[in-house]
Design a protein around this ligand. Sequence first.
Ligand SMILES: NC(=O)c1ccc[n+]([C@@H]2O[C@H](COP(=O)([O-])OP(=O)(O)OC[C@H]3O[C@@H](n4cnc5c(N)ncnc54)[C@H](OP(=O)(O)O)[C@@H]3O)[C@@H](O)[C@H]2O)c1
Length: 251
Amino acid sequence: MDNYILITGASSGVGRETAIRLSSNHNLIINGRNLERLNQTKELCDKTHDVIIWARDLSEVDELESEFAAWIKERRLPIGSFVHCAGMLEMMPLRAVSLGILQKSYALHVFAPAIIVKVLSSRKFNGQNLKSVVFISSNVSERGASAFSVYGSSKAALDGLTRNLAVELAPRVRINSILPGGMVTQMTEEILADESFRKQSESQYPLGMGKPENIASVVEFLLSEGSAWITGQSITVDGGRTINISSGKRT
Ligand SMILES: NC(=O)c1ccc[n+]([C@@H]2O[C@H](COP(=O)([O-])OP(=O)(O)OC[C@H]3O[C@@H](n4cnc5c(N)ncnc54)[C@H](OP(=O)(O)O)[C@@H]3O)[C@@H](O)[C@H]2O)c1
């Protein structure tokens, strides 16, 4: 049986685009919470390979390890790659931050991918099938922005997880993260609906703002043999946003 790629956050945005792109050559397991939108993703995928839906809230981490291990064991699915796209954007000043919000963000962005990699790298549950992992982080993980303490710090922890697991699981498993800049997806559509904010944001991107396909193509590369000597890296893919120190609008 050909190996499967597990993609979380596949009901929308980057995860959906990644699923569609990879479906022409790979079997997939797609995760999200919204079953209707997961089915829509499945419909958009190439029909020549399997697409299996695993609907589950990944911020509920207490039973995740045992449930996920039982789920893959029961189905005997060999999983060769894992792409963690699931994410939530909580923008708020520190005075509005609660322990509950911190826990939910860290559960989804850090604890869930750590537990999933633990299960997938276990010989008991997945043999020696796991070869490559890509975590979708954010370009704010290496920088700072007002109202981003919850989101940015949890994405920074995800990059730390990338480096430490890359060393621990080498040479069998490669692990990298991608740090996207701003894209128009369900996550950002409300913020970017404000015309003047959108224009001001766009002006900071030398290559313009991104699209999910700009990230999906890099995921494909990081899962492929072409990146066989790359591990533990956090790769910024943001249209030049974070190297741009010009002031004012571009002409
Ligand atoms: N858009 C941007 O500008 C941007 C910039 C930098 C980084 N990113 C990162 O890129 C990744 C993809 O984001 P996107 O822009 O594609 O956003 P999106 O369209 O809102 O997609 C987010 C995905 O995460 C899933 N998800 C959210 N909470 C979940 C939970 N508790 N359990 C399981 N799945 C959950 C959603 O599925 P359900 O709703 O079905 O649960 C959805 O499929 C995220 O990690 C995000 O942080 C995005």
